[in-house]
Design a protein around this ligand. Sequence first.
Ligand SMILES: [Zn+2]
Length: 50
Amino acid sequence: MNKIKKPQLLRKWYRCPVCGCKLLIYDNTTSCANVFIKCRTCKKEVKITI
Ligand SMILES: [Zn+2]
């Protein structure tokens, strides 16, 4: 019997493009556009498109 492997969820950190700190975790099924998050480190709003 062959076991069918489930596709693994790849979790990645979305990093702030300004200062490079970790903002949020997403996986490979995530898709979003026009989401804004305010970075706590550099206090700039970052537009997230995954
Ligand atoms: Zn930042």
